[in-house]
Design a protein around this ligand. Structure first.
Ligand SMILES: C[S@@+](CC[C@H](N)C(=O)[O-])C[C@H]1O[C@@H](n2cnc3c(N)ncnc32)[C@H](O)[C@@H]1O
Length: 249
């Protein structure tokens, strides 16, 4: 792990040796590993080998260039700056890293990616570990191992709808972001969950009896943020929620 990233860890993690496997730091706390978190961790571990392939083949057949365009639109809303320290919560296989705007020198970024699925992180490391300054952590979004006010950029894409504790994850993202940071959270709407995930042969067993309510997610955004904005994209199948941490928090 780069020294700079090590310095962002809470003391309790600096004091003990963090186990590392395949270049990934293992800090998964059992307390977050139950119910939906456990179920979706298992699902993504299982899907990790084919995740990118399914998106690029099946996604392309079904939606043409739409997925790439909407990933690119999302990433353009992040406030990128060269040399920033970036936290990507639920990085998965790191697909969105391909959509960092071309005006940014991606190699100058210190990127920390975390995910509850070791399998997804392994794929991410294979793809991006050599080209980018990337530190990967196997941990849950609900309990981040980093100190307060550590990151210039914080964003999450694609998992929060079924996190064990969405409110805790949001508070953690805000806590570790530097004051004034714009935080971006994006995921599928219930339209997409119902019409795709509940129907697909690959995923339907995991989404049976699951319901996602966007207003419940919005209610998890703490009062003490500013510039809160909710946008629906891709024919209302995806949402992008953004807000800014206060200057004095
Ligand atoms: C749909 S994938 C999105 C991956 C990536 N962000 C993308 O856009 O391709 C959702 C990701 O959320 C992760 N995830 C689910 N629950 C999590 C949790 N509680 N904490 C951290 N990551 C979680 C999954 O392991 C998976 O990699």
């Amino acid at each position: 792990m780069e020294n700079e990233i090590y310095s962002l860890l809470k003391n309790e993690f600096k004091q003990k040796e963090i186990p590392v496997k395949d270049g990934i730091s293992l800090i998964l706390n059992d307390k977050f590993l139950r119910d939906d978190n456990k179920k979706f961790m298992d699902m993504y571990n299982w899907m990790s080998h084919g995740y990118d392939l399914v998106e690029s083949v099946v996604g392309k057949i079904k939606y043409g260039d739409m997925i790439n365009r909407h990933r690119s639109a999302m990433m353009s809303q992040v406030e990128w700056k060269d040399n920033s320290t970036v936290l990507y919560v639920s990085i998965g296989t790191g697909k969105n890293l391909d959509f960092i705007p071309k005006s940014i020198n991606a190699k100058s970024l210190k990127i920390v990616g975390l995910d509850i699925s070791f399998g997804m992180l392994k794929q991410c490391n294979k793809k991006h570990g050599r080209d980018l300054n990337l530190s990967l952590f196997n941990c849950a979004a609900e309990g981040l191992p980093f100190i307060d006010n550590a990151f210039d950029i914080v964003f999450h894409v694609g998992g929060i709808n079924f996190f064990l504790d969405k409110g805790a994850a949001m508070k953690e993202m805000i806590r570790v972001a530097k004051p004034n940071t714009k935080i971006l959270i994006a995921d599928e709407t219930s339209d997409y969950v119902d019409s795709q995930y509940k129907k697909s042969r690959l995923s339907k067993q995991y989404f049976e009896n699951k319901h996602f309510d966007l207003s419940e997610l919005e209610a998890c955004v703490p009062e003490n943020v500013r510039d809160k904005k909710l946008e629906l994209i891709w024919d209302n199948q995806f949402y992008i929620l953004t807000f800014r941490k206060l200057a004095s928090q």
